[in-house]
Design a protein around this ligand. Structure first.
Ligand SMILES: N[C@@H](CCC(=O)N[C@@H](CS)C(=O)NCC(=O)O)C(=O)O
Length: 244
């Protein structure tokens, strides 16, 4: 029987949404880590985007060869036939639409920080080549980071705006969550997944499948937001314990 495949970037909130939903429903798939820039031809080969369209991860190809290149579409695909789907609320799509510009701004902030930090560049290179070559490959990692910024029109000079956008969104979603009682596997919703993965851009969760070196982790983190939204982060960590 043909296998299902998921192409992703382990540290990316979009990929983690998809993986969480697929794992939650016990969908069996082979996971492939995408390498930005160097992996672009391979990604396009698998994604077969329409002319002029970007190929992005997560990309899920199910066991019948059907392609899904949007994280919410993958969550819905994972829900197919499930007795308790993750997407139950018509507002899920609206929440995802609100999160999208914030994650896009985050991509600019994180990319700019990685470019400015030789250690983070070394760590990015280590993800693609053996560690002993990572020093040599750091310039390639820098090229890769610039490639991603260009491909996704990311602004590399808007750190403050990125933080302000995130603050506004977290202020809006916080009251909608019962911080004291995170959901369990039985009650998990797509909204939980969307907010929990968004928080990777405040402080990445410490989970074994999200491999980030210390410098990359710093690039993703915002100390000021982590202090302001510590209760939300505690909720996220508890949710990972109870439902991931
Ligand atoms: N709306 C899409 C966005 C996916 C997206 O932006 N993916 C980026 C994550 S940084 C990507 O593919 N980056 C790797 C690349 O472009 O090579 C989704 O929800 O899946």
């Amino acid at each position: 029987m043909p296998h299902a495949h998921l192409y992703g970037l382990a540290y990316s909130p979009w990929t983690e949404r998809a993986r969480w939903a697929l794992d939650h429903h016990g969908v069996v798939y082979r996971y492939h880590e995408h390498v930005p820039m160097l992996g672009e031809p391979l990604l396009r080969m698998h994604a077969k985007p329409a002319p002029g369209q970007r190929a992005t991860v997560p990309l899920f190809i199910d066991d019948r060869g059907e392609r899904f290149m949007d994280s919410l579409a993958i969550i819905e695909r994972a829900d197919r036939g499930a007795s308790r789907p993750l997407v139950t609320d018509p507002t899920t799509r609206a929440l995802a639409a609100k999160i999208e510009p914030v994650l896009r701004a985050t991509r600019g902030r994180v990319t700019a920080r990685i470019l400015a930090d030789p250690e983070a560049l070394r760590e990015s290179a280590t993800a693609a080549v053996p560690a002993f070559m990572a020093g040599l490959a750091a310039p390639v990692a820098a090229q890769g980071a610039k490639f991603i910024a260009k491909k996704h029109d990311a602004s590399l000079s808007a750190e403050r705006e990125s933080i302000a956008l995130m603050r506004a969104l977290l202020t809006e979603v916080s009251p909608t969550i019962d911080l004291e009682h995170p959901h369990t596997r039985e009650t998990l919703t797509a909204e939980d997944i969307l907010v929990a993965t968004l928080l990777h851009a405040v402080r990445p969760a410490h989970v074994s499948h999200i491999t980030l070196g210390p410098a990359s982790r710093r690039a993703w983190s915002s100390d000021e937001l982590a202090a302001e939204f510590s209760a939300l982060l505690a909720w996220r960590d508890a949710l990972y314990q109870s439902a991931r």
